[in-house]
Structures are given as structure tokens and as C-alpha cells.
Ligand binder design. Structure first.
Ligand code: FAD
Length: 428
């Protein structure tokens, strides 16, 4: 096998696959190296938010997602009882699309392969060395030579560590439980509860499975102890006051609220994207969305640099633009963790107060909804036309190149590149 390529992407998770597809749109020779021999059967994320859906639509990819996904018109912030109304959002997709992550990965893999990416499974990246014209990537079986490396290898990223990039933030101090199971006495659709004992939310999965997930205030020392079906039964019954008849677990797991953002998104010819660049509590269901939007921001820029259409400084804008939004997500997911774990009388009062504000102040509800769905993401460009860096939706950018719309040039990821008096300008 040829072990030289223009770009190596470490990790065939959703973000690595999206980066690979974007690079291939521009004809960049791309190899994805994935540690796992097979894709994971367990969906971590269950939802796609509006901005992600807009970006999938720009590439002509939205139809299979809409065909199989379930449209959820309201969503929660910190498990507050009053949900955020998504139907008022200024988008063609005013809902959360319930769509399991493993199916997102399957569709993105199909897309990356169709466009000509090489995906090598069962090959773990173990180290990196800088070379005169790129990076040597060591794996458990051989060495590869690439011009550039994208670390999309998840929160424990080997690429990030090998490049010497720090991952500052806060350690987890909250454990959450997760069980994908069957239930003989399932709760009604949209069920959720938060009280002085903890929190539980139940979400449907394909094939009649249900996800029971939440926070158990009584069991906050489980480091190293695996979740069992008996514990899940006991926890969910105690918090909800109901027996659900849980059985046949497919996946039992725990996760924490460790929250970190990489100090740098780029170190020379090494770039980070997705969970390799940021980790946080999965409150509000935003992590996968954040990563896919990284991929859209990075793909066209890296392709332009590899193709010689732009200087390397274009890649510095990847960090300048994307890192602040990861910090924003880190901030609001920590705030949501505080609300989910607010079991004291004072915490319960805070939840009632905020919930009442969301119910009575539609603008607050809308602002939080825009934040969760990333519709408020923009990339400030001081000194330039005020439209530069703002979001554009509803434009087909199928070939991953900028598009001229009247006097505006739209970037391949759907943000204004130039505005005012650009009529007739070349977009190549
Ligand atoms: C319980 C839970 C629920 C969640 N719910 C949501 C949700 O509803 N909505 C949402 O948006 N997000 C959610 N998230 C977050 C979301 O799952 C992640 O943000 C997403 O998986 C990130 O994708 P990624 O491609 O960056 O990383 P990953 O999905 O972690 O993929 C990384 C890939 O790299 C591979 N890899 C790792 N190391 C190496 C190596 N050294 N060499 C080669 N390959 C390697 C791994 O095998 C893996 O395939 C949830 C997360 C959890 C844990």
C-alpha cells in the first residue's frame, strides 16, 4: 500500500469522516486511519441541531437525515422543566433532529468513500514526527508520510498529545449514568424528571430500545465501577418513583463533566478537530454538532492551503474562529451541569426561577435556543463590512467552493467571506 498522502486524518469518528469528505471535495489525497476494526454499534449522540442540518443541506446531504430522523420541536436546557421552543428559530430546520450518531457516521463514511477517501481500519496512530515537508505518522503496523495531519481521534487524542498541545480545563466532578435498554413499562414520550434525588431523561432509540440517562445524587463515587442493570433499575426507580421494567441492556456506561479546550487547534502541520479539540458534559446534545462544524470550517481552508490557493495563515483563522465557540459550549454545558445536579432546596429554587423566566420571557428562550443550535455562531471581522463572518443559510455550496450571491461572497462553510461591491469577482 502507498503510505504517502497529502493529508492523514486520525480517527474515523463523525468529525474525521466529515473532514475527509470535505478534503476530497477539493481533490486532496486523504487517508483516514482508525484504531477500531469496526464502527461502534453504540450511538453516543442522538441529535443534530439546526446549524449542522443547514451545513449538511449546503452539501446536498440532508435528505437521508430528514427521511429517517424524528423532528423534535422543543429542547431542554439543563433539564429545566420548561423547554426551549425551537419552532421560532430563523432556519429551515426549526427542530432538533433525533438521529443516532452511528447512523450519522455510516452516512458520512459512505460520503467520504464515494468522494475517494481511503479509510484504513484497525490501524492505531501511535506517534508523530515532524519532517522537512510534513509529518511522519507512526502506527502500530507501519509509518506514513503526510503533508498534514488532522487529529480527529477523540477526547483522549494521541495526535494532540504527540504534538505537545495542552488540554487545559477542569476535571470531572459529576458522574452521569447511561443505559440503552428495553423497558416493559416505558414512560410516555419526552419523559424527564429532575428533583432532590437526581435527574432522569428517557429518549427513544431505533429498534424499540430506550436510553435512560441522568444524574444520581446518591452515587457520585463510582470511579472504576461499571454500571450494572440492577443499579440502573434502582437509580431510575428511586429518582422517578416508578418501576420501568428495565431489561436486555445493550450499553451501560458512565460519563463525567470533565471540560477542556485544546490550547491550540494548530501546531505547525498538525490540526485538531472535534472531541480531540474539546470535551464537555453532553448536556443539550451539542458536542457532535460542534465537531462537525469544526470540520466544515477546517476542510475548505486546509484544502486551499494544500492546493496552493492560500497561504498557511488561512489555517490560523481556523483556531481564531472555532476555539471561542468551543469555549462558549464549555461554559454553557458547565452551567447546565449545575442545573442538572441542583438537588438542594436552593438549587431547586434556582431551577424554578429560571424555568419561569424561560416560560415568560420568549426572548430568553430564543437566545438559549440559538446558542444550543449554533445559529448564533459568527466570526467577527473587525474593520470589515458588518456582514463579513455572519451566517448564510439556504445556499447550495455543493462543490465546496465559495459562491457569489449578488454583492456577497459566501464561504464554503456558509459564512460571508466578502460583502459589498464584489460583483463579477472570481470565486476560484
Ligand atoms: C453519552 C454521550 C451522549 C452524547 N450525546 C450527544 C448529543 O446528543 N449530541 C451531540 O452533538 N453530541 C453528543 N455527544 C458528544 C458526541 O458523541 C461527540 O462529541 C462526538 O462523538 C465527537 O466526534 P469525534 O469524531 O470528534 O470523536 P469520536 O466520536 O470520539 O471519534 C474518534 C475516533 O477516533 C478513533 N481513535 C482514537 N484514537 C485513535 C488513534 N490513536 N488512532 C486512530 N484512531 C483513533 C476512535 O476509535 C474513534 O472512532 C455525546 C457524548 C456522550 C459520551
Amino acid at each position: 500500500m502507498d503510505t504517502e498522502t497529502e493529508v492523514i486524518v486520525a480517527g474515523a469518528g463523525p468529525v474525521g469522516l466529515m473532514v475527509a469528505a470535505e478534503l476530497r471535495l477539493a481533490g486532496v489525497d486523504t487517508v483516514v486511519l482508525e484504531r477500531a476494526p469496526e464502527p461502534s454499534p453504540h450511538p453516543k449522540a442522538l441529535g443534530l441541531h439546526a446549524r449542522t442540518l443547514e451545513q449538511l443541506a449546503m452539501r446536498g446531504l440532508i435528505d437521508p437525515f430528514l427521511a429517517d430522523g424524528i423532528r423534535v420541536p422543543s429542547w431542554h436546557f439543563g433539564f429545566l422543566p420548561e423547554r426551549l421552543d425551537l419552532t421560532r428559530l430563523d432556519t429551515a430546520y426549526p427542530f432538533l433532529l433525533a438521529f443516532p450518531q452511528n447512523r450519522t457516521e455510516a452516512l458520512l463514511q459512505e460520503r467520504a468513500l464515494e468522494l475517494g477517501a481511503r479509510i484504513v481500519r484497525g490501524e492505531e496512530v501511535t506517534g508523530l514526527t515532524r519532517t522537512a515537508d510534513g509529518v511522519r505518522v507512526e502506527t502500530a503496523v507501519r509509518a506514513w508520510q503526510a503533508g498534514w495531519v488532522v487529529g480527529a481521534d477523540g477526547a483522549g487524542s494521541t495526535v494532540r498529545k504527540a504534538a505537545g498541545i495542552g488540554f487545559p480545563g477542569t476535571d470531572g466532578d459529576t458522574w452521569a449514568y447511561l443505559g440503552d435498554v428495553r423497558a416493559d413499562a416505558p414512560p410516555p414520550a419526552g419523559y424527564g424528571v429532575q428533583n432532590d434525588k437526581g435527574a432522569l431523561i428517557v429518549a427513544p432509540l431505533p429498534g424499540g430500545l430506550l436510553r435512560f440517562t441522568g444524574f444520581d445524587a446518591e452515587r457520585q463515587d463510582p470511579a472504576g465501577r461499571e454500571l450494572t442493570l440492577d443499579e440502573l433499575r434502582e437509580t431510575t426507580a428511586r429518582i422517578s418513583g416508578q418501576e420501568f421494567g428495565l431489561r436486555d441492556p445493550v450499553w451501560l456506561s458512565r460519563f463525567t463533566n470533565a471540560t477542556r479546550v485544546a490550547a491550540d487547534y494548530r501546531r505547525g502541520r498538525v490540526l485538531l478537530a472535534g472531541d480531540a479539540a474539546h470535551m464537555h458534559f453532553p448536556a443539550g446534545g451539542v458536542g457532535l454538532n460542534l465537531g462537525l462544524q469544526d470540520a466544515m470550517n477546517l476542510g475548505w481552508k486546509l484544502a486551499a492551503v494544500v492546493r496552493g490557493h492560500a497561504g498557511e495563515d488561512l489555517l490560523d483563522s481556523y483556531q481564531t474562529e472555532r476555539r471561542p465557540w468551543a469555549e462558549d459550549v464549555a461554559e454553557h454545558t458547565l452551567a447546565q451541569t449545575a442545573l442538572i445536579t441542583a438537588t438542594t432546596p436552593a438549587g431547586q429554587a434556582l431551577r424554578r426561577l429560571l424555568s419561569d423566566l424561560i416560560r415568560t420571557q420568549p426572548e430568553l428562550s430564543l437566545a438559549l435556543a440559538r446558542r444550543l443550535t449554533a445559529l448564533d455562531v459568527h466570526y467577527p471581522a473587525p474593520g470589515k463590512h458588518p456582514l463579513v463572518g455572519t451566517r448564510v443559510a439556504g445556499v447550495a455550496l455543493l462543490d465546496g467552493r465559495p459562491a457569489v450571491l449578488g454583492s456577497t461572497v459566501v464561504r464554503p462553510d456558509g459564512y460571508v467571506l466578502e460583502a459589498g461591491a464584489v460583483r463579477g469577482q472570481s470565486t476560484s
